[in-house]
Design a protein around this ligand. Structure first.
Ligand code: ADP
Ligand code: MG
Length: 236
């Protein structure tokens, strides 16, 4: 039985005159991996930020288990709420002036050897600085940081964008392993169809501010609407 973890109901979000999300509805189910795909600028990142509490929404509702509306949480409860999420931002977003060890310590004081092993990196990397590392390694560190505190929800915003095909494949393989082994509820924003097919159980296609198609990732080609089929043709 699928269990809804996060329910997004009639969500709208504007920036000034610009309506980015319009009465968007979407459920996120426990222990499932969901891909959110759509054109650049369609509101994918904004949607994830509404979900994890980094952005406020204008109307509609996001509920999380028995929290009826996350917008109504007090500041301290909101902080607890945000602590449930592990997030890989679009550009990995490591602190340049901090070593890898310091970047990880920022999230949790811990022995990082195990987590580095999980993402396929040697412990010697702890003494390095982000600028000296390839973007692929930075993304791995970003993923390590996101899973460090055993989040209830993992949000990966474009985990393979800007990576060459070989590194993308490695990152997809790594995420697949994490998602399948740890069974973390995962939301991945991507336009890499490899990420969709490899490790996302379900896919939501965002168009004109709402979800125009939702279904099993492996059924996109068979059951997709015109928009999603055009989109996947375009990215190939
Ligand atoms: N903080 C902001 N202020 C103003 N406009 C924003 C802000 N964040 C996002 N937008 C706009 O909202 C739209 C959706 O952005 P985004 O969610 O980042 O798109 P994407 O689907 O590429 O992730 C874009 O037009 C973007 O310019
Ligand atoms: Mg984005």
């Amino acid at each position: 039985m699928r269990k809804v973890k996060i329910r997004i109901k009639d969500l709208s979000k504007n920036f000034g005159e610009k309506r980015v999300l319009k009465n968007l509805n979407l459920n996120i189910y426990e222990s499932e991996s969901l891909a959110i795909i759509g054109e650049s600028g369609s509101g994918k990142s904004v949607l994830t930020k509404c979900i994890d509490g980094l952005e406020d929404y204008d109307s509609g509702n996001i509920s999380y288990e028995n929290i009826k509306n996350i917008k109504k949480l007090s500041t301290s409860k909101k902080n607890d709420y945000m602590g449930k999420f592990g997030i890989l931002f679009q550009n990995a977003a490591l602190f340049d002036s901090l070593s890898i060890e310091e970047n990880l310590k920022f999230c949790k004081k811990d022995n990082f050897k195990k987590i580095l092993k999980d993402v396929g990196l040697p412990a010697s990397i702890l003494k390095e600085y982000p600028n000296d590392l390839s973007i692929g390694v930075q993304k791995r560190i970003g993923i390590a940081r996101a899973i460090l505190k055993n989040p209830e929800i993992l949000i990966l915003d474009e985990p393979t964008t800007g990576l060459d095909p070989i590194i993308s494949k490695q990152i997809n393989f790594l995420i697949k392993k994490l998602v399948k082994e740890k069974k973390i509820t995962t939301v991945t924003v991507t336009h890499d169809m490899q990420s969709v097919y490899e490790f996302s159980d379900y896919t939501a296609f965002i168009e004109n501010g709402s979800i125009s198609w939702y279904g099993k990732s492996k059924e996109i080609k068979k059951k997709g609407n015109k928009s999603i089929l055009n989109f996947i043709k375009g990215v190939y």
